[in-house]
Design a protein around this ligand. Structure first.
Ligand SMILES: [Zn+2]
Ligand SMILES: [Zn+2]
Length: 170
């Protein structure tokens, strides 16, 4: 079965004040989310929502969205999988004169808010060595941090000296 590309609510099937649960999945490719550079959808967008027709031709939508993604880590550059969720998907619509309502755009905007602009594969990601480019998560590289070329070398010396001075003053 193909994953539907649009999420449409049949308003004629709703009765005022009676919430109706909607759940299912939408084809993420059809959502046009792939313009994000570091995050790509890796499966359909899952939704679970409650829609309620309210007095005054209003429709309230309250629900959750989930999207599995493949991301590129902003620190080390490797791909990793993650699932992002929006638990507070909510929007109210004016449905006067309508017989159906398309929620696709609302769902799209809802999940985009939950996607990171700078994904990181893990809190402990060590990134890549700025000098040799090695992924430091796979182990240390050959660039010795205590060498004279190290940008921290001078700073380390300074800190040690300050500590010594403090010791002498006692
Ligand atoms: Zn990483
Ligand atoms: Zn290195």
């Amino acid at each position: 079965m193909e994953t539907p590309a649009r999420l449409t609510v049949d308003l004629t099937a709703l009765r005022e004040g009676v919430p109706v649960r909607l759940s299912g999945a939408l084809d993420a490719a059809a959502l046009d989310i792939d313009d994000l550079e570091w995050v790509r959808p890796a499966g359909p967008l899952a939704y679970a929502a409650e829609v309620t027709l309210l007095p005054g031709d209003a429709l309230s939508v309250r629900g959750r969205l989930r999207l599995p993604c493949v991301c590129v880590c902003g620190r080390c550059g490797r791909d990793f999988q993650a699932e992002y969720a929006e638990d507070g998907w909510r929007e109210d619509f004016d449905v006067a004169g309508l017989t159906s309502l398309d929620l696709t755009e609302s769902a799209r905007e809802g999940i985009i808010l939950a996607l990171p602009s700078y994904p990181v594969c893990g809190e402990g990601c060590k990134g890549v060595c700025p000098r040799c480019g090695r992924n430091l998560n796979e182990g240390p590289c050959g660039c010795a941090p205590d060498g004279e070329e190290s940008p921290w070398g001078a700073l380390d010396g300074l800190t040690a000296q300050t500590a010594e001075n403090a010791e002498e003053r006692k």
